[in-house]
Design a binder for this molecule. Structure first.
Ligand code: 9MR
Length: 505
């Protein structure tokens, strides 16, 4: 306690003395300059063709026999950032030839391609190609200039330009860290989306506050299930499943390299799950698969995910929402969903059984839901959780806690936390945010009070509370941005809510 108080006082002192800044903005650009040589351009996929710099300081490519025989250059592009590209090309052998700027990008060792800018170059005329490219989730980018209908012409280019607007600037006060304030009680975390996960400055800011992160969308079935490859695999075996991780890799990499824990969200959900998952040969025009095929697919899906994560990111993903939001708001029974339709009433139980079978030891499995504070729904969730406890497959319950300053009441929240704590399960708050109608001083104060009151309740249950996570960091990037629900404002400055959470700890 004394240690925490000292840290707090130190942090307050720092607050008075300075600010630290996280650069969110940086013009990044490149313009080719062949005055000293090839400027790191090289002959890529070139057969016997070759490149050289001409007396006029242009880059000349000769001896081509295929459209993709082209000069290329590596660019350290930042996934999530948009780049403007342009180049001037000239050829003297055909009346007209079509040119493209393309990118060869690599993820997990596999190279793939996109064509980004196009123009037809008339014989002997310098022609400009322009285009834009938003860098995807890849770890290597080679930009190159190729043709699409003139495999054997020589050509030259000059003024290859690339401009990107990297990251907006973050200046935030030097404030105490929630992850440190709460270190003796539970992990403190946030949700992070792909765009944020590819912005190093933003991630450094987040990591200064939080020690556990949930991908906001990037571990949901519509991100992880590779429908195209699954379809191909299903020709031989309709239970086969292919998965892909490209949109969550930036977060996993950051987490692995910076000692951040990741909470997996979510294996089974009625939302953000491709309809094709439930159909024969992953083809929505064909009938639904049988229960047996669906369970075998789920088994393969979960195994593939757990195996990949355990191999590439051992210990990083510490827990999973196995099933999310299965209970209907009005009836308190299972909601209508494809899972219910295809697998049947026990789909939640089967999902936990499968997850338990494949999860590495020590990975905690949660059922996650919202509106737990509302009694009808709470009863439904409670019954479901009890069934899972009877099967011994569940480790904990996750309260989403998407609240508003008017609803639910703090008493309702407390009663629901107590009820689930009495089960003896582990608990977590997975998606905390509190909306307000307007961004005014009065509402910000009320919001701060509610955050503080909720934190006091959660602290009372710290023995079972494993983690508390807000659903996003700054109001402008929240899923409910128009209702300012988070701890930091759109300028990344701590709000009264932040101070209330910090003070409660
Ligand atoms: O934050 C997520 C948002 O970006 C998506 O558009 C939305 C679509 O389903 O899902 C949001 O996350 C939800 C989470 O997965 C489950 N609980 C409710 C969250 C907010 O809608």
């Amino acid at each position: 306690m004394l240690k925490r108080l000292t840290a707090w006082l130190l942090a307050m002192a720092l607050l008075l003395t300075g600010v630290c800044s996280f650069a969110r903005e940086e013009e990044m650009g490149y313009k080719s300059d062949f005055s000293e040589g090839l400027d790191e351009w090289y002959a890529r996929s070139m057969g016997n063709a070759s490149i050289s710099v001409t007396e006029d300081k242009t880059l000349l490519t000769v001896g081509r026999t295929d459209n993709w025989h082209s000069p290329g250059r590596d660019f350290p592009l930042q996934p999530g950032t948009t780049y403007e590209l342009s180049v001037e090309v000239r050829q003297t052998q055909k009346d007209e030839a079509r040119f493209m700027i393309s990118v060869a990008h690599t993820a997990g060792g596999t190279e793939s391609y996109e064509n980004l800018a196009f123009a037809n170059a008339q014989k002997g005329e310098w022609t400009t190609l322009t285009g834009t490219y938003m860098a995807g989730p890849y770890d290597r980018f080679v930009l190159y200039v190729e043709t699409s209908n003139a495999p054997d012409i020589d050509f030259e280019f000059r003024n290859f330009e690339m401009r990107g607007q990297m990251q907006e600037s973050i200046e935030t006060a030097d404030i105490p860290a929630l992850k440190e304030i709460y270190a003796d009680l539970f992990d403190f975390g946030t949700a992070v989306t792909f765009r944020e996960s590819t912005n190093r400055q933003m991630m450094n800011f987040y990591a200064s506050q939080f020690n556990i992160m949930t991908p906001g969308n990037e571990m949901k079935p519509d991100s992880l299930l590779d429908v195209t490859t699954s379809k191909i695999k299903s020709i031989k075996d309709d239970t086969a499943v292919a998965v892909k991780f490209n949109s969550v890799v930036p977060l996993l990499e950051y987490a692995k390299n910076n000692g951040i824990k990741v909470h997996g969200h979510v294996l089974v959900w009625h939302n953000q799950t491709p309809e094709a998952f439930f159909h024969e040969h992953y083809n929505t025009s064909l009938p639904l698969v049988t229960r047996e095929v669906m369970l075998a697919r789920l088994d393969n899906y979960v195994r593939e995910i757990m195996t990949y994560l355990d191999k590439k990111y051992p210990g990083v993903v510490v827990s999973w929402d196995v099933v999310n939001e299965a209970i209907d708001d009005n009836t308190g029974k299972l909601r209508d969903s494809m899972w219910l339709k295809v697998v049947g009433e026990d789909f939640v139980a089967r999902a936990f059984e499968i997850a338990r079978k494949h999860a590495p030891e020590g990975v905690d499995l949660y059922y996650n839901d919202y509106n737990t504070a509302i009694i009808g729904k709470q009863n439904g969730i409670y019954e479901l959780v009890e069934e899972l406890m009877a099967e011994g497959t569940i480790d904990g319950y996750g309260f989403q806690m998407h609240h508003d300053i008017k609803f639910p009441s703090v008493q309702q929240i407390e009663a629901s936390v107590k009820r689930f704590a009495d089960t003896g399960l582990k608990l977590r708050v997975s998606e905390l945010d509190i909306t307000i109608p307007e961004n005014t001083e009065v509402y910000l104060k009320r919001q701060a009070e509610m955050y503080g009151e909720i934190m006091k309740i959660l602290i009372d249950y710290a023995d079972q509370m494993v983690a508390v996570q807000v659903w996003g960091v700054t109001d402008d990037l929240s899923w409910r941005a128009s209702q300012y629900p988070l701890l930091f404002d759109g300028e990344s400055q701590p709000k009264p809510a932040f101070w209330a959470v910090a003070e409660a700890g």
